[in-house]
Write a protein that binds this ligand. Structure first.
Ligand code: ZN
Length: 438
């Protein structure tokens, strides 16, 4: 089952169309791990949320790495012997290998071919290629175009610069009632590619936008940074803040129609792991869960042993499970507003749990209290499933021993978190529970 069966709320649907529109605006920009395409993308996000841009100079050491030179590109093309531009950066920024050094040269086809990349198995798709840490140049084109090229002299032009500059990352901090934080991180270094990574960028933007309207228990930190080097940079420059991060999610590949896939934090039993698994289990959709692996996205930095933060990765189809990944086929047709809306809803349900998940103490722990005398039988009379809530009250009373969270009780009982939470609120009203440690 891969089709969307999640019943979407009006808020999620509205966010879905907003996210899809923002994705369309971001799509043409030529992002990279540094440079103006990345900067302009973050500025576009600034129109939606209070995002602070940070610039880190070339050469700055960040743990075992250094900030690379800044790359910028204005144009790039290959002109055929007949004068036609057979590859043109102005049509798609995927056509130039990301981080290509400048070139302006004429050469025979055989020589040019050493710098051309295509996908023989998908003759109409253009691949996405980078050369971040090796100074090189190249072009990407469809196999069909490549096969149509005739012998002769070709002109290759890349009007780019690779110079000392800065790496840019964006950070949005929303202050809640406590200093404890929930972290969201999305990489934003890929050019015209939608599911990986524009979907993560627009989802976290709209989550931040939504959270600004909410009364928050946790403070929230949203990081928009180039993959790998960006997360490493943030961690190197903000190490003292990391102890505040209680839960976190890395967001990417959340715009396609595939089922949800959760990769747990390195800890494996973190509260965020339980909250995501609980949400997916009760979503009515098929889903998959796996243990932590030290690759894929920036969870591998947040979960490196020196940090070991409670950060998991919640995607739809993972990047290595769809052929369109890192090709021109990961475009606006591959994603949809309804799928973004579904992801928004699942992410906000996870946050709903984390915000409300507390431990309580039963104030009447010796034998069960008389609920009838307090008017608690039939207290949920307006609800069709009043009996469910009465059972939920018994579970909540029994396990509110200061050791179990509401989520633990929900998982033990098999009830949805929302049901246990409502039962707990009712018991709190009647002084049968108090917050543990409060
Ligand atoms: Zn990628």
């Amino acid at each position: 089952m891969t089709e969307e069966t999640l019943k979407l709320t009006p808020e999620a649907l509205e966010a879905g169309s907003g996210m899809f529109k923002l994705m369309g605006d971001l799509y043409p920009l030529c992002r990279s791990i540094t440079g103006n395409g990345l900067r302009d993308s973050l500025r576009m996000i600034q129109r939606h949320i209070p995002l602070e841009l940070h610039e880190v100079p070339t050469g700055t050491p960040v743990f075992d790495w250094n900030i690379p030179k800044e790359w910028n590109i204005r144009d790039g093309y290959v002109r055929a012997p007949n004068g036609e531009k057979i590859v043109d950066f102005q049509r798609s920024c995927l056509h130039v290998v990301n981080y290509s050094i400048p070139v302006r040269a004429k050469m025979p086809l055989a020589k040019l071919k050493e710098h051309l990349h295509s996908l023989p198995d998908h003759p109409d798709w253009v691949p996405y290629r980078t050369s971040y840490y090796k100074e090189a140049w190249g072009f990407c084109l469809s196999q069909r175009t490549l096969e149509s090229l005739k012998e002769g002299e070709y002109e290759a032009v890349i009007d780019s610069s690779l110079e000392d500059g800065n790496l840019t990352y964006g950070e949005c901090y929303l202050k809640g009632a406590t200093q404890d934080e929930i972290l969201f991180s999305s990489h934003c270094c890929h050019p015209s590619l939608c599911n990986d990574n524009l979907s993560g960028m627009v989802l976290t933007t709209f989550l931040a936008k939504y959270l600004q309207t909410c009364k928050l228990r946790y403070s929230y930190r949203f990081i928009f940074a180039p993959g790998t080097i960006g997360a490493i940079t943030w961690l190197a420059q903000n190490e003292s803040k990391t102890s505040r991060i209680k839960h976190g999610l890395v967001a990417a590949c959340v715009g396609d129609k595939g089922k949800f896939k959760y990769k747990k934090s390195r800890r494996g039993d973190a509260e965020v792991d339980k909250a995501v698994v609980h949400t997916l289990k009760h979503s009515g959709q098929d889903y998959a869960v796996s243990d932590f692996t030290p690759y894929d996205y920036d969870e591998r930095q947040y979960c490196s042993p020196g940090f070991n933060l409670s950060v998991g990765s919640l995607t739809r189809t993972p990047h290595d499970a769809y052929q369109e990944n890192h090709t021109s086929a990961d475009n606006m047709d591959f994603v949809g507003p309804e799928y973004l809306a579904g992801s928004f809803q699942v992410y906000s349900n996870v946050l709903g749990i984390l915000e409300q998940n507390k431990k309580y103490l039963n104030t009447n722990p010796k034998c069960e209290p008389r609920l009838g005398k307090r008017g608690l039988y039939g207290a949920f009379g307006g609800k069709k499933d009043a009996n469910t809530y009465e059972l939920a009250m018994q579970w909540t009373l029994n396990f509110s021993d200061g050791q179990h969270t509401l989520l633990d009780i929900a998982d033990k009982s098999g009830f949805r978190f929302e049901v246990i939470k409502e039962a707990a609120f009712k018991l709190l009203e009647h002084n049968l529970l108090v917050e543990a440690g409060a």
